[in-house]
Ligand binder design. Structure first.
Ligand code: S3P
Length: 426
């Protein structure tokens, strides 16, 4: 475990471009493996999670070359080979849940394993529907390791109880391999990268409100793409810039898909000035340049669909909330308890360590505004978003902060600390 010391900063000024979005990188890699031909991906996510996906695909005998800033993946038109060893998904829930949908449709057995955190995360949400489709999956009471015996799948019409884009993508990928038309109806709308990526690779998908459908047996074609910058990684910089009245931050080639860009609305509602320019569509994904200048930060209440859409950004929003005037209230974010760590508990504990008052709810938290934090020892709990969120809180604290387990940032954003230092003024 590596420690990093974060000193308070005076300002944040700079122009950056971020490594490719994690959600899109996973999906492009998996679909490239199913497609016919060689897919070329520039700006693929540099995080360990997406490397776990590539590692699993290599074990399924998909040829992958990573060189000169490009990942090339040669699909075999839907054919994969039985792996010789267990597929190691590392810390990546996306890898385990989405790849399960593909493995459910293969004529062989696979074992999927993960690290301690991933082995604690709920998998029944994919086991149940994939079993209904015809796969046979055993687990440790709903947790990894998963043993998947795939085979011929039947389509399904499914309403997941939890709002999860990973579950939706997993079932659409399985639906692609199934007989008939598979539909997934979400309780609230989640990120739509699975649908967008399937279309980019040539599949037809239909949508009616929150219900998405795919016909089985469609063939995918390889693509050439540049993965848009990760907006969940951008969140740390955008929130940091919001803390300094004189700040000026520009992020280009950033993913602006409306199902992911809710943070920009929230920062605007809080009082930051956010501009979006040079917007264009790339393989169905909206991409553009974002410029942010800080303004006095008010407060905000998040609930319902907004909490679901911001699920990965809530830790950093909570980490800057003490510095706002009116604070932050979050409800309907129960899913945070089953992420890489219990993020509600981890955020509350670490905010308290920095001297903040905070109330934990079963489905969220309340962080009052108008609080000055002091430097403290932060425990990342091996969770990348906790390590990065508290590095941002530390920028306006009194005194130095030590982030224990700062190397967790490798999971989604290995360049984080270096890029942050490059835009800070002290
Ligand atoms: C993701 C969906 C979300 C999110 C995760 C990535 C995805 O998880 O928290 O970081 O790429 O589909 P859930 O599907 O569990 O909500």
């Amino acid at each position: 475990m590596k420690d990093i010391v974060i000193k308070p900063a005076r300002n944040l000024v700079g122009s950056i471009r971020l490594p490719g979005d994690k959600s899109i990188s996973h999906r492009y890699a998996m679909l490239a493996a199913l497609a016919q031909g060689t897919t070329r991906l520039r700006n693929f996510s540099s995080g360990a999670d997406c490397a776990s996906t590539l590692g699993c695909l290599r074990s399924l005998e998909i040829e992958i070359v990573r060189a000169n800033g490009e990942v090339t993946i040669t699909g075999r038109g839907g054919e994969l080979s039985a792996p010789r060893t267990a597929l190691d998904c590392g810390n990546s829930g996306s890898t385990m849940r989405m790849l399960s949908g593909i493995l459910a449709g293969q004529p062989f057995a696979t074992e999927m394993i993960g690290d301690a955190s991933l082995s604690r995360r709920p998998m029944r949400r994919i086991i149940e529907p994939l079993t209904q489709m015809g796969a046979s999956i055993s687990s440790e009471e709903g947790h990894a390791p998963l043993h998947i015996q795939g085979g011929k799948l039947q389509s399904i019409d499914y309403k997941p109880r939890v709002a999860s884009a990973q579950v939706k993508s997993s079932l659409l990928f399985a639906g692609l391999l199934a007989e008939g038309e598979t539909s997934v109806e979400e309780p609230v709308r989640t990120r739509d990268h699975g649908e967008v990526a399937l279309r980019a690779f040539g599949a037809q998908i239909s949508r009616d409100k929150n219900r998405v459908s795919i016909k089985g047996g469609q063939r995918l074609k390889a693509i050439e793409a540049s993965v848009p910058g990760d907006i969940s990684s951008a969140a740390f910089f955008l929130c940091a810039a919001s803390l300094f009245p004189e700040s000026n931050l520009v992020i280009d080639s950033l993913l602006l898909n409306p199902t992911r860009a809710v943070l920009l609305d929230v920062l605007t509602a809080l009082g930051a000035r956010v501009r979006m320019v040079q917007m264009e569509e790339q393989h169905g994904e909206l991409v553009g340049t974002v410029a942010l200048e800080a303004g006095p930060l008010k407060g905000i209440v998040l609930a319902g669909a907004q909490s679901a859409a911001l699920i990965d950004e809530i830790p950093v929003l909570a980490a800057i909330a003490p510095y706002t005037r009116d604070g932050l209230v979050v409800h309907d974010a129960r899913e945070l308890r089953v992420k890489e760590s219990d993020r509600i508990a981890a955020v509350a504990r670490n905010l308290r360590a920095m001297g903040a008052a905070v109330t934990e709810h079963e489905d969220g938290l309340t962080v009052p505004g108008g609080q000055q934090l002091h430097g403290a020892e932060i425990d990342s709990e091996h969770d990348h978003r906790i390590a990065m969120a508290f590095s941002i809180a530390a920028l306006r604290a009194k005194g130095e902060t030590i982030i224990h387990g700062a190397d967790a940032a490798q999971i989604s954003f290995p360049e984080f600390f270096q890029m942050l230092e490059a835009v800070l003024e002290r």
